[in-house]
Ligand binder design. Structure first.
Ligand SMILES: [Zn+2]
Length: 138
């Protein structure tokens, strides 16, 4: 018996979702075909209306900080970067995503509503920088 039988299929796997930002390409999300909810949270069904049938969508790399905290005692992967800000970003066009900002080292360096953009990095996680910081030349 196949336990996965009858489960809705997701347009992309969690693996692909993580690779999307780790390889510095895009932030991937879902849009609900039923109610139009855009979300960055991986799932098989809509978190608002509960319907399956989510479609792949590329999320905006820009957004607004809606919550943050300064971490002084980070996990091993970020040991050399502390302190830094752990942020929740409301992306333009929908979707909330958690990330981090190594350039923010104290509460006074960041404010709610700060405009930020996704900054692809070799570091783990989704890194953001303030929109006022010039983009690196590529
Ligand atoms: Zn929905």
């Amino acid at each position: 018996m196949d336990a996965s039988e009858g489960l809705p299929a997701a347009p992309h796997t969690i693996d692909e979702f993580v690779k999307g930002y780790e390889e510095g390409r895009t932030l991937r999300g879902f849009r609900c075909r039923q109610c139009g909810l855009v979300t960055a949270t991986w799932g098989l069904a809509c978190s608002r209306c509960g319907k399956p049938g989510l479609e792949d969508v590329t999320l905006s790399p820009r957004g607004t900080v809606v919550a943050f905290t300064i971490l002084h005692v980070p996990g091993d992967e970020f040991l050399n970067d502390a302190p830094y800000a752990y942020v929740v970003v409301e992306l333009d066009g929908g979707g909330r995503i958690t990330g981090w900002m190594p350039s923010v080292r104290s509460e006074s360096d960041l404010r709610y509503g700060e405009r930020v953009r996704f900054h692809p990095s070799y570091k783990p996680g989704v890194q953001f920088v303030k929109e006022s910081v010039p983009a690196p030349s590529e």
